[in-house]
Design a protein around this ligand. Sequence first.
Ligand code: NAD
Length: 412
Amino acid sequence: MNNPFENALTQLSRAANVMKLDPQVHEKLKSPKKVHSASITIIMDNGSTKTFPAWRSQYNDALGPYKGGIRYHPGVTEDEVKALSFWMTMKCAVVGLPLGGGKGGIIVNPKELSETELEKLSRGYIQAFYQHLGPTKDVPAPDVYTNSQIMAWMLDEYEKLTGEHAPGMITGKPLCLGGSRGRDKATAQGGVFVLLEAVKKMDMIPNETTVAIQGFGNAGAHMAELLAVQGFKIVAVSDSKGAIKSANALDISALTAHKEKNSAVTGFTGTETITNEQLLELPVDILIPAALENQITAENAGRIKAKMILELANGPTTPEADAILFKNNVVVVPDILANAGGVTVSYFEQVQNASNYYWTDEEVMEKLQKIMITAFAGVWATKEKYAIDLRTAAFVTALERVGAAMKARGLV
Ligand code: NAD
């Protein structure tokens, strides 16, 4: 299995070579500024005790406070958290946010925990790391298998420990606790704004374009819903339990209801069950990975038939696969651009918390659209300038900004 942090460092080196990045900046960006670790022990409902390893990686804060989600997953590793915090640094920079990059994780299968155990674990995470967090230090958010309820428990624990109201210490909160309108769909909505720009560049017509989506969670399910409204034909989707495909466009509202009822997309009327591996290789126009890392590798990249891959997941494509896809003229719209809508609306949430004044859905969407379209245009122009792939172009764009901030502060 590819190590995501090694993948991240390869991506960094590719961009550094193209842009002739200052070697001192490059060297400093090869490791996170700090990685905090903890063991969180909770009393389970049956009276036993259980310990969960946890991390908070603070990669780079040259542009502003560390920012990034917390992942609950049985497969989380320290290197994965480090990679995700590096990608957050690049992501915030590529869309021009005044934020650095961080990420957290706990090794846990949250599906095996009761609600009470999940709350204890989430409060435990804040007890372990709260001194390193705060609106001007490091601001967490949801990621895989964490949600607005978990953010609410974390905010409450932080405020109890510090004795102050600090809604801006975490984003992705429920609306009633200072969350932003549009945050739940923000990652997908940002992805749609970017995808529509990419589709124009590639002369694709939405209602003649077929799409397969891997992952039917926050990012993937909202993407399916929003793309269907735009006329795209979603013909295959998957989740951790399996994948489905259909000859015709899927009815996404009915599929969402089916997933809610059965906790799986498989078994949906009129579809054929396939594997997640088969889904990636379907003859569709656009493939959207929206689950986990390392899905498109040197092993399967040559069999990808999509003309475009839009990465809603973080790190779904390995550097070896990137080279094969580039050679085969598959356009890869990279994660740090394609899924930056989530952190952009998280940033809006922080701005609203800081001013204690809240925006309408329309205001959020208008501002998000402007940022995503501008970022796409900038990355596309960099790709043309250096004749490189979009991922390297996105890294070059981000590194110009992070590098300038690091140098302005003084490197040592
Ligand atoms: P989520 O927990 O809401 O959903 C994850 C989905 O992936 C679930 O449907 C799950 O069943 C599915 N899945 C897990 N393993 C799978 C596998 N092996 N094959 C197919 N499907 C599988 O998480 P999310 O928030 O939607 O995050 C998904 C990806 O998007 C992650 O890489 C995350 O880092 C990235 N992302 C999320 C946000 C956000 O705001 N939620 C922002 C930026 C990036």
